[in-house]
Write a protein that binds this ligand. Structure first.
Ligand SMILES: [Zn+2]
Length: 434
């Protein structure tokens, strides 16, 4: 299933080193590349690797740790645990475990936002996962802008030394309620000057909307308690981010639930991209982003699992199914199909990561990032419509092989070159601490 072209019955993909060198009917490919070693996967589907545009792999150890809290208590408990209970090595183990979960589910590229970005980069490298690690920046207090911004610059400079062909660095001003306006301005300038991809949480919760539009609500109350100055821009989050120059960086915006038609037009015009995280949004009770409207308007959208602290799994096929069902439940004028969802999970994701033409499709010359999905489960038979079988009846658990840049990273239950038993033991140890 090339995604950017019609499905090929009895198809084959030829790979040499990091790239796809041929795709077509099996007989044709075997004739064209007679020296290639051939592997037949039987009743299976070869898909482009799935793209998870929004994760926080360092928080994997918090799966199930933050249940039934309101958003504010959730954020506070998460932040305290991350800052006070977890060491750098704990965060690295947590991120590596998350990266293992991702490749097991056929995910070949992630957009990972991280406070300890160094640990996430090491995790991606250890597992062989492709991605952009966005170094997070926090700072709601305008009095601390210089300090916070120079700390971000120092971290980014260090991380750049770790960049590889597969793993790149980006920046992430965390959210409108955690980063003040002058800090947003500086980060937008930095992203421009250093050509850094920028990711930000935007238009997620009702409290965020109250803060930005009306200067009230839980976040505003907290600002008053902490003596933090805040004058509400009296705009929607999207218009506020446009005003601050964030949208000039063609950012990747996670969530975008609280958007009106004018905001959607702004997203399209500024070529901003949306990381749509329907399960996290539903679980935290934030609502539903208008997926069909985004797609109709020509806004670039990919799927994101968000952290497993709010999901609780990192599985883009499951996310895609949930996205379609939720859209159909709420947006009756446009019917999103399983094929739309598959396209969003692959090509859409590639566009979100600024890797269009390289990943997200099976095409000659593209990177050899792919997943092999078994089609032999009882829940997948019969297989009248391939897109429906993948989008509505399958999950990441049916993936049997994941290849990234031509390298096998996962095959038949095992991650290549990673000691999962040691990681499992460490994950249990760390969760005891929490
Ligand atoms: Zn997030």
């Amino acid at each position: 299933m090339p995604v950017s072209a019609p499905p090929i019955e009895f198809g084959a993909v030829a790979i040499s080193e990091t790239r796809i060198i041929g795709i077509g009917p099996q007989s044709e490919i075997i004739t064209r590349f007679p020296k290639c070693e051939v592997e037949d996967f039987g009743d299976a589907l070869i898909l482009p690797g799935l793209v998870n545009t929004h994760t926080h792999l360092e928080l994997t150890v918090m799966r199930g740790y933050l249940e039934n809290e309101d958003f504010f208590a959730w954020l506070r408990k998460l932040t305290v645990a991350r800052l006070e209970k977890l060491t750098a090595d704990d965060l690295r183990v947590s991120a590596t475990w998350g990266a293992c979960e991702a490749v097991r589910a056929g995910i070949t590229c992630v957009g990972d936002a991280s406070d300890s970005a160094m640990m996430s980069m090491l995790a991606l490298k250890d597992v062989g996962l492709r991605g952009v690690v966005f170094q997070e920046s926090f700072g709601p207090d305008p009095r601390l802008v210089n300090e916070n911004f120079s700390s971000l610059k120092t971290k980014v400079a260090e991380l750049r030394g770790l960049e590889t062909e597969l793993v790149r660095v980006g920046v992430s001003p965390h959210a409108p309620y955690t980063v003040c306006a002058p800090q947003l301005d500086l980060i937008a300038e930095l992203a421009h000057a250093e050509k850094l991809p920028l990711m930000m949480h935007a238009a997620e919760s009702q409290d965020e909307e109250l803060l930005v539009r009306d200067g009230c609500g839980t976040f505003a109350d907290r600002f008053v308690q902490r003596g933090i100055e805040w004058s509400a821009p009296r705009l929607s989050t999207i218009q506020y981010l446009k005003q601050r120059g964030i949208l000039d960086t063609q950012p990747l915006l996670a969530h975008c639930i609280r958007v009106d038609d004018a905001d959607i037009e702004t997203l399209r015009e500024t070529r901003s991209k949306v990381a749509h995280c329907p399960k996290s949004n539903a679980k935290l009770g934030h609502g539903r982003a208008p997926l069909a409207k985004f797609l109709n308007a020509g806004v670039t959208v990919g799927f994101g699992s968000d952290s497993v602290a709010s999901n609780n799994t990192c599985d883009i096929l499951e996310e895609a199914r949930f996205a379609v069902l939720l859209s159909r439940a709420g947006e009756r004028d446009t019917l999103i199909t399983a094929a739309d969802a598959l396209r969003t999970a692959t090509l859409g994701g590639a566009r979100c990561m600024e890797l269009e033409g390289q990943i997200g499709e099976l095409r000659e010359g593209a990177q050899a990032d792919l997943a092999v999905l078994s089609l032999t489960g009882p829940h997948q038979i019969p297989n009248h419509d391939r897109s429906a079988t993948v989008g509505f009846a399958s999950s990441g658990r049916e993936v049997k092989l994941t290849v990234i840049a031509g390298r096998e990273v996962y095959r038949d239950g095992r991650i290549v070159g990673v000691d999962e038993e040691r990681l499992r033991a460490r994950m249990n140890e760390i969760s005891e601490k929490l």
